[in-house]
Ligand binder design. Structure first.
Ligand code: IMP
Ligand code: MG
Length: 183
């Protein structure tokens, strides 16, 4: 039977390690935001598994919202390199926003998003990012909640895709080179 595992060269972060770290992040957020009005903003599609796991470890009344961003030139109203394909449903004025994202690489996406959310009247905007490729950073973005630092390798799984596939792989992994060469 064909399995996703057949395409994987190595597992970087196991399911169990993800679960343990995310539980700890949820506890930390619960402590840090006592008495505050929190909105978790998940960046689709990559943040889906991280958002679902993290929110269930945050023991606070909170609102979940989502955005879809694109760094490619397929939006007509693109300003710079990032554009909004789906905006928030709710107002964030006077709320404490935590942006939940799968991975930060150059930092260009978050460097675009954070000032934008602040300009809408959020009381605070912090980042919760599962995977941090810090060697690749081009923009100086402060990430308050980091799951794991990872090396500069293209990864898939736990929300991260290659050509839209592998988001459902439950661990963080590196693909075999044959997978890219199939194209
Ligand atoms: P940044 O604007 O360069 O920080 O890009 C962040 C986005 O690039 C992430 O939300 C991912 O969608 C994508 N990305 C960066 N590195 C990887 C990777 O190794 N695998 C899959 N997607 C990645
Ligand atoms: Mg993404």
């Amino acid at each position: 039977m064909a399995t996703l595992m057949n395409d994987i060269k190595k597992i970087l972060i196991t399911k169990d390690a993800l679960a343990a770290r995310i539980a700890a992040l949820g506890k930390q957020i619960t402590r840090d935001y006592q008495g505050k009005e929190v909105v978790l903003v998940g960046i689709l599609k990559g943040a889906m598994p991280f958002l679902c796991d993290l929110m269930r470890h945050i023991d606070l009344p909170l609102v979940i919202d989502t955005m879809v961003l694109s760094s490619y030139g397929d939006c007509t109203t693109s300003s710079g390199k990032v554009c909004i394909k789906k905006d928030l449903d709710k107002d964030i004025k006077d709320k404490h926003v935590i942006v939940v994202e799968d991975i930060i690489d150059t930092g260009i996406t978050m460097d675009f998003l954070c000032p934008l959310l602040k300009s809408r009247g959020a009381l605070s905007v912090e980042l919760a990012i599962c995977l941090n490729k810090k060697e690749r950073r081009e923009k100086d973005v402060f990430v308050k909640y980091i799951g794991f630092d990872i090396p500069d390798e293209f990864i898939v799984g736990y929300g991260c895709d290659y050509a839209e596939y592998y988001r459902n792989f439950p661990a963080v992994a590196v693909l075999k080179s044959e997978v890219y060469n199939k194209e």
